[in-house]
Write a protein that binds this ligand. Sequence first.
Ligand code: ADP
Length: 165
Amino acid sequence: MTTVIYPGSFDPVTNGHKDIIDRASRVFDKVIVSVLENPRKAPLFSLEERVEMLRLIARNYQNVEVDSFRGLLIDYARQKNTNIVVKGLRAISDFEFEFQMALINRKLDSRLETMFMMTNSRYSYLSSSIVKEVGLYGGDICELVPREVYHLVMRKIREQAGSAN
Ligand code: ADP
């Protein structure tokens, strides 16, 4: 049985992430979508909120599970008994960072393999930051995030916009 980890910030989950989850779930036996708890980043959504939103997506699949982790990905992968990580690639700008991450992870653990899935061209422009930016300035994010989480994302963005006034 092939289990893979799909790690990320998911702040919030977008249709681009959902597309990768959907495709990975067809290729691998089990996909663990895992929210990275990064103490150096100040996310808009709490770890619990990001996990909760991903669970609303994962409900649609029998082989997708949601979790979170902190620290090194190689340690987390060992803990989950897998050596495969899935990442999405949008553009050349992603490539440089992901290339570096994949190589450092392999240097730390030579068994770790990073598999890249090319973005769906419909979502190549999409990132969590774009969603937050568009939403904060009153743009429509309806086609940018999965419908299961739309209201949760909008509520948070409105709270944020309210507190900024
Ligand atoms: P971001 O904040 O840039 O959206 P994340 O850390 O949440 O990034 O992304 C997690 C993973 O999902 C990364 O591998 C990233 O490349 C991938 N990803 C993010 N958005 C997309 C997209 N629109 N299409 C394909 N992959 C994506």
